[in-house]
Unconditional design. Structure first.
Length: 134
């Protein structure tokens, strides 16, 4: 993880197709990061700042995203199965074909969610303020 933090601090934002599974990335500022195709299965991202992050095709299964800031994050084709998204902030997030099966969505905050094939059955336990559909 220290290598990731160093590379990010030096201005690098592209970390595509790497394995970060099981790492503790809690509380980090990773705004504008490109994690396209990254494996983050079982990672701890509690309180992490992922504003405008590209999380397309990312494996976040079994991950902890409690109180993570996902403002304008791209979550298209992302695996969030069995992840904890409790109190995560998803203002203007892009969600299309995202796997949320068995994910904890308690108190998830969605403001102007932008979605395509979002599984609306998963919305029964979250606060949906407004949404934009294509």
């Amino acid at each position: 993880m220290s290598e990731l933090k160093q590379r990010y601090a030096l201005g690098e934002r592209h970390f595509s197709d790497i394995d970060l599974s099981g790492l503790d990335l809690s509380g980090l500022n990773l705004e504008d990061v490109n994690f396209l195709g990254v494996n983050l299965q079982g990672a701890n991202l509690q309180g992490t700042h992922l504003q405008r992050a590209n999380l397309k095709d990312v494996n976040l299964a079994d991950s902890n995203l409690y109180r993570t800031n996902l403002y304008r994050a791209k979550l298209n084709d992302t695996n969030l199965r069995k992840s904890n998204l409790e109190e995560a902030i998803c203002h203007y997030a892009f969600i299309d074909n995202t796997d949320l099966d068995y994910a904890c969505l308690k108190k998830l905050i969605l403001v102007k969610l932008i979605y395509g094939m979002f599984p609306l059955k998963a919305l029964k336990s979250i606060r949906l303020i407004s949404q934009i559909a294509p």
